[in-house]
Design a protein around this ligand. Structure first.
Ligand SMILES: Cc1ncc(COP(=O)(O)O)c(C=O)c1O
Length: 378
Protein backbone atom coordinates (compact mmCIF):
# COMPACT_ATOMS: atom_id res chain seq x y z
CA UNK A 1 0.00 0.00 0.00
CA UNK A 2 2.77 2.46 0.90
CA UNK A 3 5.96 3.23 -1.04
CA UNK A 4 7.33 4.98 2.03
CA UNK A 5 5.75 3.93 5.28
CA UNK A 6 6.02 5.70 8.60
CA UNK A 7 8.14 3.00 10.14
CA UNK A 8 9.82 -0.23 9.05
CA UNK A 9 11.27 -2.97 11.24
CA UNK A 10 15.06 -3.20 11.37
CA UNK A 11 14.99 -7.03 11.40
CA UNK A 12 17.13 -9.63 9.63
CA UNK A 13 18.19 -13.26 10.06
CA UNK A 14 19.49 -12.52 13.59
CA UNK A 15 16.00 -11.93 15.00
CA UNK A 16 14.73 -15.09 13.23
CA UNK A 17 17.62 -17.12 14.71
CA UNK A 18 16.99 -15.64 18.16
CA UNK A 19 13.33 -16.77 18.16
CA UNK A 20 14.21 -20.16 16.66
CA UNK A 21 16.76 -20.82 19.39
CA UNK A 22 14.11 -20.21 22.07
CA UNK A 23 11.57 -22.48 20.38
CA UNK A 24 14.22 -25.19 19.95
CA UNK A 25 15.35 -24.75 23.55
CA UNK A 26 11.88 -25.57 24.89
CA UNK A 27 11.57 -22.88 27.60
CA UNK A 28 9.17 -20.08 26.67
CA UNK A 29 8.16 -18.29 29.89
CA UNK A 30 10.27 -15.67 31.68
CA UNK A 31 13.72 -17.23 32.15
CA UNK A 32 17.38 -16.84 31.28
CA UNK A 33 16.90 -14.90 28.02
CA UNK A 34 14.90 -12.33 29.99
CA UNK A 35 17.65 -12.12 32.62
CA UNK A 36 20.30 -11.70 29.90
CA UNK A 37 18.28 -8.97 28.20
CA UNK A 38 17.85 -7.16 31.54
CA UNK A 39 21.60 -7.35 32.28
CA UNK A 40 22.43 -6.10 28.79
CA UNK A 41 19.91 -3.25 29.13
CA UNK A 42 21.29 -2.27 32.52
CA UNK A 43 24.78 -1.99 30.99
CA UNK A 44 23.29 0.04 28.14
CA UNK A 45 21.94 2.48 30.73
CA UNK A 46 25.40 2.81 32.26
CA UNK A 47 25.36 -0.05 34.80
CA UNK A 48 24.28 0.13 38.46
CA UNK A 49 20.65 0.21 37.31
CA UNK A 50 18.09 -2.48 38.13
CA UNK A 51 16.13 -3.41 35.02
CA UNK A 52 13.03 -5.60 34.85
CA UNK A 53 11.63 -6.63 31.47
CA UNK A 54 7.86 -6.28 31.32
CA UNK A 55 4.92 -6.84 28.99
CA UNK A 56 4.87 -3.25 27.67
CA UNK A 57 5.53 0.34 28.69
CA UNK A 58 1.96 0.89 29.91
CA UNK A 59 2.51 -1.97 32.37
CA UNK A 60 5.77 -0.31 33.47
CA UNK A 61 4.00 3.03 34.03
CA UNK A 62 1.25 1.29 36.02
CA UNK A 63 3.84 -0.56 38.13
CA UNK A 64 5.75 2.69 38.70
CA UNK A 65 2.64 4.44 40.05
CA UNK A 66 1.74 1.46 42.25
CA UNK A 67 5.31 1.18 43.58
CA UNK A 68 5.26 4.89 44.48
CA UNK A 69 1.89 4.32 46.18
CA UNK A 70 0.05 6.85 44.05
CA UNK A 71 -3.70 6.56 44.49
CA UNK A 72 -6.99 8.25 45.28
CA UNK A 73 -6.65 11.91 46.31
CA UNK A 74 -3.21 12.28 44.70
CA UNK A 75 -2.34 14.42 41.69
CA UNK A 76 0.17 13.39 39.04
CA UNK A 77 1.62 15.97 36.66
CA UNK A 78 1.96 14.67 33.10
CA UNK A 79 2.77 16.40 29.79
CA UNK A 80 -0.23 17.70 27.88
CA UNK A 81 1.51 16.47 24.71
CA UNK A 82 1.94 12.74 25.04
CA UNK A 83 0.44 9.35 24.26
CA UNK A 84 -2.79 8.51 26.06
CA UNK A 85 -1.14 5.73 28.13
CA UNK A 86 0.16 8.35 30.58
CA UNK A 87 -3.24 9.83 31.32
CA UNK A 88 -4.92 6.40 31.35
CA UNK A 89 -2.66 4.86 33.99
CA UNK A 90 -2.98 7.86 36.30
CA UNK A 91 -6.78 7.65 36.07
CA UNK A 92 -6.74 3.89 36.56
CA UNK A 93 -4.88 4.12 39.90
CA UNK A 94 -7.56 6.59 41.04
CA UNK A 95 -5.33 9.68 40.96
CA UNK A 96 -5.96 12.95 39.11
CA UNK A 97 -3.83 13.78 36.06
CA UNK A 98 -2.74 17.43 35.89
CA UNK A 99 -1.36 18.67 32.57
CA UNK A 100 1.84 20.70 32.14
CA UNK A 101 2.29 22.51 28.85
CA UNK A 102 5.22 22.25 26.40
CA UNK A 103 8.14 24.62 26.93
CA UNK A 104 7.73 26.37 23.55
CA UNK A 105 6.97 25.77 19.87
CA UNK A 106 10.63 24.81 19.49
CA UNK A 107 10.92 22.60 22.60
CA UNK A 108 7.91 20.31 22.98
CA UNK A 109 8.97 18.78 26.30
CA UNK A 110 7.83 20.09 29.69
CA UNK A 111 10.15 22.50 31.50
CA UNK A 112 10.76 22.98 35.18
CA UNK A 113 8.67 26.18 34.92
CA UNK A 114 5.66 24.56 33.23
CA UNK A 115 5.76 21.81 35.87
CA UNK A 116 6.21 24.14 38.86
CA UNK A 117 3.03 26.04 37.90
CA UNK A 118 1.03 22.82 38.40
CA UNK A 119 2.49 21.65 41.73
CA UNK A 120 0.04 21.62 44.65
CA UNK A 121 0.19 19.99 48.11
CA UNK A 122 -1.51 16.97 46.50
CA UNK A 123 1.17 16.40 43.85
CA UNK A 124 2.45 12.89 44.49
CA UNK A 125 4.34 12.21 41.27
CA UNK A 126 5.45 13.66 37.93
CA UNK A 127 5.70 11.72 34.67
CA UNK A 128 8.28 13.24 32.31
CA UNK A 129 8.25 12.17 28.65
CA UNK A 130 11.27 12.58 26.37
CA UNK A 131 9.11 13.39 23.34
CA UNK A 132 10.21 12.02 19.96
CA UNK A 133 13.49 10.83 21.50
CA UNK A 134 14.60 14.37 22.42
CA UNK A 135 15.62 14.39 26.10
CA UNK A 136 13.76 16.75 28.38
CA UNK A 137 16.37 19.48 28.80
CA UNK A 138 15.38 20.23 32.43
CA UNK A 139 15.42 16.62 33.65
CA UNK A 140 18.30 17.28 36.09
CA UNK A 141 16.48 20.26 37.68
CA UNK A 142 13.17 18.37 37.68
CA UNK A 143 14.75 15.41 39.47
CA UNK A 144 16.28 17.81 42.04
CA UNK A 145 12.91 19.52 42.53
CA UNK A 146 11.22 16.13 43.07
CA UNK A 147 13.81 15.10 45.66
CA UNK A 148 13.46 18.43 47.54
CA UNK A 149 9.65 18.29 47.60
CA UNK A 150 9.26 14.54 48.18
CA UNK A 151 7.53 14.04 44.82
CA UNK A 152 7.95 10.78 42.88
CA UNK A 153 9.51 11.01 39.43
CA UNK A 154 8.64 8.59 36.64
CA UNK A 155 10.44 8.96 33.32
CA UNK A 156 8.43 7.75 30.33
CA UNK A 157 11.30 6.75 28.06
CA UNK A 158 9.09 5.06 25.44
CA UNK A 159 10.61 7.27 22.72
CA UNK A 160 14.11 7.55 24.04
CA UNK A 161 16.18 4.39 24.72
CA UNK A 162 19.78 5.58 24.50
CA UNK A 163 19.06 9.31 24.91
CA UNK A 164 21.44 11.05 27.31
CA UNK A 165 21.66 14.26 29.33
CA UNK A 166 25.11 15.34 30.54
CA UNK A 167 26.42 11.83 29.81
CA UNK A 168 23.71 10.13 31.91
CA UNK A 169 21.04 7.88 30.35
CA UNK A 170 17.40 8.94 30.25
CA UNK A 171 15.53 6.49 32.46
CA UNK A 172 18.03 6.87 35.33
CA UNK A 173 17.09 10.37 36.58
CA UNK A 174 13.86 9.50 38.36
CA UNK A 175 12.57 6.83 40.71
CA UNK A 176 11.70 4.66 37.72
CA UNK A 177 12.19 4.73 33.96
CA UNK A 178 9.59 3.11 31.67
CA UNK A 179 10.63 1.93 28.20
CA UNK A 180 8.48 0.68 25.30
CA UNK A 181 9.53 -1.96 22.79
CA UNK A 182 6.30 -1.84 20.77
CA UNK A 183 6.82 -2.64 17.06
CA UNK A 184 7.27 0.95 15.95
CA UNK A 185 9.75 1.94 18.66
CA UNK A 186 13.54 2.40 18.32
CA UNK A 187 13.95 -1.07 19.85
CA UNK A 188 11.19 -3.29 18.41
CA UNK A 189 9.95 -6.50 19.95
CA UNK A 190 6.26 -6.42 19.04
CA UNK A 191 4.98 -5.96 22.57
CA UNK A 192 7.46 -5.37 25.38
CA UNK A 193 8.94 -2.92 27.81
CA UNK A 194 11.48 -2.38 30.57
CA UNK A 195 11.28 -0.70 33.95
CA UNK A 196 14.51 0.69 35.43
CA UNK A 197 15.38 1.99 38.88
CA UNK A 198 18.52 2.72 40.84
CA UNK A 199 16.66 2.15 44.13
CA UNK A 200 17.17 -1.41 45.46
CA UNK A 201 14.06 -1.34 47.67
CA UNK A 202 11.86 -0.09 44.85
CA UNK A 203 13.34 -2.77 42.60
CA UNK A 204 12.17 -5.53 44.95
CA UNK A 205 8.66 -4.05 44.89
CA UNK A 206 8.70 -3.82 41.09
CA UNK A 207 9.78 -7.42 40.68
CA UNK A 208 6.96 -8.54 42.99
CA UNK A 209 4.42 -6.34 41.18
CA UNK A 210 5.48 -7.86 37.85
CA UNK A 211 4.78 -11.44 38.92
CA UNK A 212 1.72 -11.79 41.21
CA UNK A 213 3.80 -10.77 44.26
CA UNK A 214 5.41 -14.23 44.13
CA UNK A 215 8.81 -14.80 45.70
CA UNK A 216 9.98 -17.49 43.23
CA UNK A 217 9.50 -18.00 39.48
CA UNK A 218 8.25 -21.05 37.58
CA UNK A 219 11.83 -21.38 36.26
CA UNK A 220 13.20 -21.60 39.83
CA UNK A 221 10.90 -24.53 40.52
CA UNK A 222 11.71 -26.12 37.12
CA UNK A 223 15.42 -25.91 37.92
CA UNK A 224 14.86 -27.34 41.40
CA UNK A 225 15.97 -24.09 43.09
CA UNK A 226 12.62 -23.77 44.92
CA UNK A 227 9.73 -26.04 45.82
CA UNK A 228 7.01 -23.49 46.43
CA UNK A 229 6.54 -19.73 46.81
CA UNK A 230 5.20 -17.07 49.08
CA UNK A 231 3.19 -14.03 47.96
CA UNK A 232 4.74 -10.97 49.56
CA UNK A 233 2.26 -8.39 48.22
CA UNK A 234 -0.60 -8.27 45.70
CA UNK A 235 0.85 -8.23 42.19
CA UNK A 236 0.03 -8.51 38.51
CA UNK A 237 1.26 -10.56 35.58
CA UNK A 238 3.29 -8.08 33.55
CA UNK A 239 6.09 -10.51 32.61
CA UNK A 240 7.98 -10.72 29.32
CA UNK A 241 8.53 -14.10 27.63
CA UNK A 242 11.75 -15.63 26.31
CA UNK A 243 11.07 -15.12 22.60
CA UNK A 244 10.56 -11.42 23.08
CA UNK A 245 13.66 -11.14 25.26
CA UNK A 246 15.75 -12.97 22.64
CA UNK A 247 14.61 -10.50 19.96
CA UNK A 248 15.23 -7.66 22.43
CA UNK A 249 18.88 -8.65 22.90
CA UNK A 250 19.50 -8.62 19.13
CA UNK A 251 17.69 -5.30 18.76
CA UNK A 252 19.69 -3.81 21.63
CA UNK A 253 22.94 -4.74 19.84
CA UNK A 254 21.67 -2.85 16.79
CA UNK A 255 20.31 0.15 18.70
CA UNK A 256 23.34 2.50 18.84
CA UNK A 257 23.92 2.27 15.06
CA UNK A 258 20.16 2.53 14.38
CA UNK A 259 19.84 5.62 16.59
CA UNK A 260 22.84 7.20 14.87
CA UNK A 261 21.27 6.58 11.46
CA UNK A 262 17.99 8.15 12.64
CA UNK A 263 20.04 11.24 13.54
CA UNK A 264 21.58 11.43 10.06
CA UNK A 265 18.15 11.15 8.41
CA UNK A 266 16.72 13.80 10.73
CA UNK A 267 19.54 16.13 9.69
CA UNK A 268 18.66 15.49 6.05
CA UNK A 269 15.02 16.43 6.75
CA UNK A 270 16.20 19.59 8.51
CA UNK A 271 18.43 20.71 5.68
CA UNK A 272 15.77 19.92 3.03
CA UNK A 273 13.03 21.85 4.86
CA UNK A 274 15.14 24.75 6.18
CA UNK A 275 13.75 28.09 5.01
CA UNK A 276 10.34 26.58 4.12
CA UNK A 277 7.03 27.03 5.97
CA UNK A 278 7.57 23.65 7.67
CA UNK A 279 9.18 23.87 11.11
CA UNK A 280 10.97 20.99 12.85
CA UNK A 281 11.22 21.30 16.66
CA UNK A 282 14.28 20.68 18.83
CA UNK A 283 16.68 22.44 16.43
CA UNK A 284 20.10 23.53 17.74
CA UNK A 285 20.05 21.32 20.83
CA UNK A 286 23.02 21.84 23.17
CA UNK A 287 25.68 19.08 22.91
CA UNK A 288 24.85 17.95 26.47
CA UNK A 289 21.56 16.52 25.14
CA UNK A 290 21.93 13.33 23.10
CA UNK A 291 18.76 12.57 21.14
CA UNK A 292 17.71 9.24 19.63
CA UNK A 293 15.29 10.68 17.03
CA UNK A 294 12.33 8.36 17.54
CA UNK A 295 9.97 10.14 15.14
CA UNK A 296 10.15 13.10 12.77
CA UNK A 297 7.55 15.62 13.97
CA UNK A 298 6.93 18.83 12.04
CA UNK A 299 4.65 21.85 12.33
CA UNK A 300 2.80 22.99 9.24
CA UNK A 301 1.27 26.49 8.89
CA UNK A 302 -2.03 27.01 10.73
CA UNK A 303 -4.04 28.00 7.65
CA UNK A 304 -3.28 24.71 5.87
CA UNK A 305 -5.85 21.87 5.87
CA UNK A 306 -3.84 19.10 7.57
CA UNK A 307 -6.17 16.29 6.51
CA UNK A 308 -5.83 17.39 2.87
CA UNK A 309 -2.02 17.26 3.23
CA UNK A 310 -2.19 13.76 4.73
CA UNK A 311 -4.47 12.69 1.87
CA UNK A 312 -2.15 14.16 -0.75
CA UNK A 313 0.83 12.35 0.77
CA UNK A 314 -1.27 9.18 0.83
CA UNK A 315 -2.00 9.55 -2.91
CA UNK A 316 1.78 9.53 -3.42
CA UNK A 317 1.93 6.39 -1.24
CA UNK A 318 3.65 8.21 1.61
CA UNK A 319 2.36 7.47 5.09
CA UNK A 320 2.17 10.21 7.72
CA UNK A 321 0.65 10.46 11.18
CA UNK A 322 -0.17 12.76 14.09
CA UNK A 323 1.63 12.67 17.47
CA UNK A 324 -0.65 13.34 19.26
CA UNK A 325 -4.37 14.09 19.13
CA UNK A 326 -5.07 16.05 22.35
CA UNK A 327 -6.65 14.33 25.39
CA UNK A 328 -9.44 16.88 25.59
CA UNK A 329 -10.85 15.63 22.27
CA UNK A 330 -11.17 12.01 23.40
CA UNK A 331 -14.61 10.77 24.45
CA UNK A 332 -13.18 9.29 27.67
CA UNK A 333 -11.76 12.67 28.72
CA UNK A 334 -14.48 15.09 27.62
CA UNK A 335 -14.65 17.94 30.10
CA UNK A 336 -11.64 16.76 32.14
CA UNK A 337 -9.10 19.12 30.53
CA UNK A 338 -9.22 22.56 28.98
CA UNK A 339 -7.14 23.43 25.89
CA UNK A 340 -6.73 27.00 27.17
CA UNK A 341 -4.67 25.65 30.09
CA UNK A 342 -2.09 24.20 27.65
CA UNK A 343 -2.03 26.78 24.82
CA UNK A 344 1.28 25.68 23.30
CA UNK A 345 0.20 22.03 23.19
CA UNK A 346 -3.18 23.05 21.74
CA UNK A 347 -1.41 24.94 18.93
CA UNK A 348 1.01 22.05 18.27
CA UNK A 349 -1.77 19.44 18.25
CA UNK A 350 -3.74 21.41 15.65
CA UNK A 351 -0.92 21.51 13.07
CA UNK A 352 1.51 18.74 13.88
CA UNK A 353 2.41 16.09 11.33
CA UNK A 354 4.75 13.09 11.66
CA UNK A 355 6.82 12.09 8.64
CA UNK A 356 8.42 8.69 7.96
CA UNK A 357 11.61 7.86 9.87
CA UNK A 358 13.30 4.50 10.38
CA UNK A 359 16.93 3.37 10.34
CA UNK A 360 16.79 1.57 6.98
CA UNK A 361 15.29 4.61 5.25
CA UNK A 362 17.40 6.11 2.44
CA UNK A 363 18.32 9.76 1.80
CA UNK A 364 16.45 9.47 -1.48
CA UNK A 365 13.28 8.50 0.42
CA UNK A 366 13.70 11.50 2.74
CA UNK A 367 14.03 13.76 -0.30
CA UNK A 368 10.86 12.29 -1.84
CA UNK A 369 8.88 12.87 1.37
CA UNK A 370 10.11 16.47 1.61
CA UNK A 371 9.30 17.20 -2.06
CA UNK A 372 5.82 15.69 -1.69
CA UNK A 373 5.14 17.65 1.50
CA UNK A 374 6.28 20.98 0.02
CA UNK A 375 4.16 20.30 -3.05
CA UNK A 376 1.13 19.51 -0.89
CA UNK A 377 1.65 22.79 0.97
CA UNK A 378 1.70 24.65 -2.32
C1 LIG B 1 5.09 8.29 25.19
C2 LIG B 1 4.53 6.90 25.28
N1 LIG B 1 4.29 6.37 26.48
C3 LIG B 1 3.81 5.13 26.63
C4 LIG B 1 3.52 4.34 25.54
C5 LIG B 1 2.94 2.98 25.74
O1 LIG B 1 3.81 1.97 25.31
P1 LIG B 1 3.32 0.48 25.15
O2 LIG B 1 2.62 0.37 23.85
O3 LIG B 1 4.62 -0.32 25.16
O4 LIG B 1 2.48 0.14 26.31
C6 LIG B 1 3.77 4.84 24.26
C7 LIG B 1 3.46 4.02 23.08
O5 LIG B 1 3.34 4.44 21.97
C8 LIG B 1 4.27 6.15 24.12
O6 LIG B 1 4.50 6.69 22.90
Amino acid sequence: MWDIQLFKLNFDQREIDAVSSVVAGGWLAMGEKVTNFETQFSQFLGGDVFCSAVANCTAALHMGLLALEVGRGDEVIIPSLTFVADVNVVNLVGATPVLADCTSLKDWNMSVETIEKQITPRTKAIIVVHYAGFPCRDIVEISQLCRERGIGLIEDVAHAPGAIVNGKACGTFGDVGCFSFFSNKNLSIGEGGMISTTNAELNIKLQLLRCHGMTTLTLDRHKGRAITYDVAMPGLNYRMDEMRAAIGSVQLDKLPAANFRRGQLTERYRSNLRGSSVKIPFDNQPPSLGSVYHILPVLIPGHVDRVAVIEELKEKKIQSSIHYPPFWDFTAYQGQFCPNDSPITADICSRQLTLPLFPTMTEDEVDKVCDALLEALG
